[in-house]
Design a binder for this molecule. Structure first.
Ligand SMILES: [Zn+2]
Length: 325
């Protein structure tokens, strides 16, 4: 897969990308672990922020850039939407003072259980964890998890919620469980723009913690059906509908490959090592196949238990090491 999925006219540079009509994306190459994107929708003196970042320093820098670009609207952000509960989309919430914080009911519930202190402790333990520790450092070593005060949503919803930013309608569409239990899309019809959270990883490997995979494939279909031409993924360059189809095709491919190995009696770990990634081999963080296969296997077996993150970081570490040679 060598063709770029970046939307024409957009490079892939760190910082604020002007999407036109008062909307912006904050983009963080290379889109790997924790390097998430966010968005700002403005009209007149009103604004809505889509997601904060993984730590306070990164979030502060983003908010300053947004205030410089849209001083009238971004000095006081009225609404913050968290697309899902992962820390790289909500650990900076405390810096958006006085805003209504909106998330799906499911995402809000999951946020209570993914505290920054858990990651801080994980990182403290990493030096004693061998290869898994080395891999954790590779994934999360660049971020500061100490000193974060989690700010939970003040408004939750299921299904669909509308907000107004000036005269612009903003439509929040729950599509989870897929990447996580509570994934939400943010559609701005007047801008023909969608902020997808981690329903899209562009030119990076999607990671499916929750599933079922059919929900995620359907979520891609819903994005394609929206009237939009600019699509801001949770990670990776600003894209268009080609980026959505690429993620959908990846999910279909790994579903089929995992199913064959499940039926043949391979373990999830062996299947993750065994699957050839073909067209998707050049995408970043290919070792996430370990989480994806484990989630698919639980789905195939009718097992509704939560993923074992500690074990899965171990398997991802093995594949990461093997791929580096
Ligand atoms: Zn993310």
């Amino acid at each position: 897969m060598t063709a770029s999925l970046a939307k024409a006219g957009f490079g892939y540079r760190r910082g604020l990308a002007d999407l036109g009509n008062g909307s912006f994306a904050w983009v963080q190459p290379d889109g790997s672990w924790g390097w998430s994107n966010a968005g700002l929708i403005t009209d007149g003196d009103q604004s809505l922020l889509v997601d904060t970042l993984f730590d306070l320093k990164l979030t502060r820098e983003m908010l300053n850039a947004m205030r410089d670009a849209a001083p009238l609207a971004a000095t006081k952000i009225g609404t913050l939407v968290n697309t899902h509960h992962n820390g790289d989309h909500c650990y900076g919430n405390e810096l958006v003072h006085g805003a209504e914080i909106v998330a799906s009911v499911h995402a809000a519930e999951e946020m209570k259980h993914e505290q920054p202190s858990v990651l801080a402790n994980f990182m403290k333990a990493a030096p004693g964890l061998g290869l898994t520790g080395e891999y954790l450092k590779h994934c999360f070593g660049a971020f500061e998890f100490n000193g974060i005060t989690p700010m939970l949503p003040t408004t939750t919803f299921s299904g669909h919620l509308s907000r107004k930013v000036g005269n612009k309608a903003v439509e929040l569409i729950e599509v989870g469980p897929a990447h996580t239990g509570g994934d939400v899309l943010v559609h701005v019809p007047a801008d023909r723009t969608v902020f997808t959270g981690d329903i899209l990883f562009v030119e990076g490997t999607p990671i499916m913690w929750a599933g079922p995979v059919g929900n995620w494939i359907e979520a891609c279909e819903r994005i394609v059906a929206l009237d939009c031409e600019t699509i801001v993924p949770g990670h990776g360059p600003v894209t268009d509908k080609r980026g959505v189809r690429a993620v959908q095709n990846y999910l279909r491919y790994i579903h089929d490959e995992a199913r064959k190995r499940f039926d043949a009696g391979l373990s999830a770990r062996d299947a993750a090592h065994d699957i050839a990634l073909g067209d998707y081999d050049s995408w970043g963080d290919a070792e996430r196949i370990a989480v994806n296969v484990a989630t698919l296997y639980r789905e195939f077996a009718g097992d509704t238990s939560a993923p074992n993150a500690a074990e899965l970081f171990g398997v991802m570490g093995e594949i990461w090491k093997k791929r580096r040679g």
